[in-house]
Design a protein around this ligand. Structure first.
Ligand code: GLA
Length: 693
């Protein structure tokens, strides 16, 4: 059993394979945090301090490390829940009602029941444990039994307490074309806030926190949490005056209010969290394994070809067929027709919403292209942007009231489009039916679901921030029930919707519109801290790159994209015979190493050289890979040393290098390492190794 309860029934010790988390109910009925860290054996060891007023300016609720601080009383700290009752009371005073434990095959769950002392208002704190992954999932459910409506003004799924000051906080910053730029900053007194107010997730920050005590990849304590929700979030990190650091994650209360009608319940987005005593690598491995084995659909992801960068909106059946044939010749397994195939879609300003096949571009219907792709024994994928509409479209003419708007205001367009109010039932029905129709009529295996602008001018309801994205989740979940073989890719102008809310409902992330192979190394490195390689789509595209104008050798471009789920986005009709040959070789190699890349453990290796090598390792069972990149050589420093990780010390491994095989012990490879020297600019290599029987 991973959940231990003290004999008195007042302390709960939650344990995974190597971590523990403890809290208790104190003499005042507050749910008090007690411990988060390395594994503990004995629940009876924990004592609950009885706090008296230290000073009138440091009241008891303020200095008590609460699991779920509510708004009310002498609490001035960051709270997780604020509601307004029908009579205008905005304070919650809760009492402890009891607990339940439930177990499934993979998880055990503890539910703590709390109830307001005056109102029939219930709060349930859920702690779900995944012992094999050293992960816990926290969420909160609120229930209104008062018989009158309640306004929820803020709801975060829990507070975390880390008993240290001076921690390092890391997350990502960025913008379109530059997502996932990792940053680290020292936590000091005051608050750090990361958030998103755009509705469509964002390219700016990502809904997670990582707090570490000067950790490295392989050493040091790391505390982390990732929100299972796309769209508006806020995360608050605070070093308090009381010798600890707090972390919260949840729905952003910016412009948010949710009415809980009598009898209604609301489950706030959960937080997937964990602790590592052995650095960032353990954190990444635990999250990646959980995502691979628990959230993502089984099976290897196909090598795709996508025609967007080759043709943009100027698609035609004949040219797409030519591209599909060429893609097949190169070795691609999935052909994706991107934007431009529907309605009067000739650019960003028209057609969105009119999801019927454009007859002048596809005079024989989509069947011709789909038939050709299937005859080539390839899978077929289609781009859609279902939450959006152009003013110049039949859909908008028919339903101008379906977009987010205030009656007295003009809604802004962005990329020439409006956002549909997905909280409306008729809009949900339209989107579901439209996609169900496409998936039923055409033999489609893959949907690239895009969302290219943020939400604005919402509507009078302030709960759309959560209703919108839950409608998207619900539609895709229902579509997958009916069309279970279809894979869904989450795209929002590139990587604007990468989070643990959408992962699992969707199967793939479009990591970034930035397909520059050098920029991608940084994006992919940062991405890998939290998100699994199996969902990281990466394309090889033409040079000069449309964003960076950089020209990078095709081999380096392939190697960079082969770090994730490989795609090709070049205008392959213009390929020279050398480029065709190289592509065939690379794609064939990718197919061989794909199980290790997509389903192995991923290591961000140290680079001890003064040159800026990027070194990565993948390991799956007895087989491993090393990816090495040298974007630019600098004077006098050519070589580096690759120290592998995660090997069996006393086993022998054979490394296949261009100069022949090298066999060494795991111990040697991990501690002494092997020299590697790349020369020139944009040099790269992939080496494989195998454990000897
Ligand atoms: C977004 C996506 C691109 C492409 C275009 C099509 O920008 O990120 O990959 O699909 O839309 O308009």
């Amino acid at each position: 059993m991973s959940i231990a309860v003290s004999q008195k029934g007042d302390v709960f010790l939650l344990s995974t394979q190597s971590t523990s988390y403890a809290f208790g109910i104190d003499d005042q009925g507050l749910v008090r945090h007690l411990y988060w860290g390395q594994k503990m054996d004995c629940v009876e060891d924990f004592e609950i301090p009885v706090l008296g007023e230290v000073s009138s300016n440091d009241p008891v609720p303020e200095i008590t490390p609460e699991e779920f601080p509510v708004y009310g009383g002498l609490r001035y700290k960051e709270h997780c829940l604020k509601v307004a009752f029908a009579d205008g009371t905005r304070e919650i005073v809760y009492g402890y009602e009891g607990y339940e434990v439930a177990a499934t095959d993979t998880a055990e769950e503890l539910v703590i029941r709390l109830k307001d002392t005056h109102y029939d208002f219930l709060m349930e704190l859920h702690y779900k444990l995944y012992p094999a992954y050293d992960l816990m999932e926290r969420s909160v459910v609120v229930k209104n039994h008062t018989g009158e409506p309640i306004q929820v003004e803020k709801i975060h799924s829990g507070q975390f307490h880390i008993p240290y000051e001076g921690l390092n906080f890391s997350n990502v910053h960025g913008h379109w074309g530059a997502e996932q730029q990792r940053f680290v900053q020292k936590v000091s007194y005051g608050k750090i806030v990361i958030e998103n107010r755009r509705g469509i997730s964002s390219h700016n920050h990502n809904p997670y926190f990582i707090l570490d005590r000067d950790a490295t990849e392989t050493s040091g304590e790391v505390y982390f949490g990732a929100l299972r929700m796309s769209g508006n979030f806020s995360g608050v990190i605070e070093q308090t005056p009381y010798g600890e650091t707090l972390a919260q994650l949840g729905l952003n209360s910016h412009d948010f209010a949710l009415e809980l009608k009598p009898g209604e319940a609301f489950e706030a987005p959960s937080i997937l969290c964990g602790y590592s005593a052995t650095g960032f690598e353990t954190m990444s491995h635990n999250l990646h394994r959980f995502a691979r084995e628990h959230l993502l659909r089984e099976g290897l992801r196909p090598v795709l070809y996508n025609s967007w960068e080759a043709t943009e909106f100027a698609v035609s059946s004949q040219e797409q067929i030519k591209l599909a044939r060429k893609a097949k010749e190169l070795g691609a397994e999935l052909f994706v027709l991107d934007d431009g195939w529907f309605g009067q879609r000739h650019g960003i300003d028209n057609g969105l919403g009119d999801w019927y096949v454009n007859e002048s571009k596809f005079p024989h219907g989509l069947e011709e292209l789909v038939g050709e792709v299937k005859a080539l024994d390839m899978l077929f994928g289609l781009w859609v942007e279902p939450e959006m509409v152009n003013p110049k479209s039949q859909l908008y003419q028919d339903h101008p009231d379906w977009i987010y708007h205030f009656e007295t205001r003009t809604s802004d367009t962005s990329r020439g489009q409006y956002v549909l109010n997905m909280a409306k039932e008729e809009v949900q029905t339209f989107v579901y039916d439209m996609l169900d129709h496409l998936l039923t009529r055409y033999d489609i295996d893959y949907i690239k679901w895009d969302a290219n602008r943020p939400i604005s001018q919402t509507c009078p309801q302030r709960d759309i921030w959560v209703k919108h994205i839950r409608a998207v989740y619900d539609i895709v979940t229902r579509l997958k029930q009916k069309h279970p073989h279809v894979l869904f890719e989450a795209c929002a102008s590139g990587g604007g919707r990468i989070d643990y809310g959408i992962l699992g409902i969707f199967d793939d992330f479009w990591t970034s519109d930035n397909t520059d192979a050098y920029d991608r190394l940084t994006i992919q490195d940062s991405y890998s801290y939290i998100y699994p390689i199996k969902a990281m789509r990466a394309w090889v595209t033409d040079c000069p790159n449309f964003l960076s104008r950089r020209v990078i050798p095709l081999t380096f471009r392939y190697h960079s994209a082969m770090m994730g789920t490989l795609g090709i986005g070049c205008n392959i009709l213009k390929f020279t015979s050398e480029e065709v040959e190289l592509s065939q070789k690379m794609i064939a190699q990718y197919k061989e190493i794909r199980p290790i890349v997509q389903e192995g453990d991923f290591y961000r290796l140290d680079n001890p050289s003064a040159n800026s090598y990027f070194l990565y390792q993948y390991l799956k069972g007895d087989q491993g890979l090393i990816f090495a990149f040298l974007p630019q050589s600098q004077m006098g420093h050519w070589g580096t040393t690759i120290r592998l990780r995660g090997l069996q010390a006393d086993a022998r491994y054979t490394l296949h290098t261009p100069d022949g095989d090298v066999t060494k012990s795991g111990h040697y490879l991990m501690h002494h390492g092997l020299p590697l020297r790349l020369t020139g600019d944009y040099a790269s290599t992939i080496l494989s190794f195998t454990k000897e029987a």
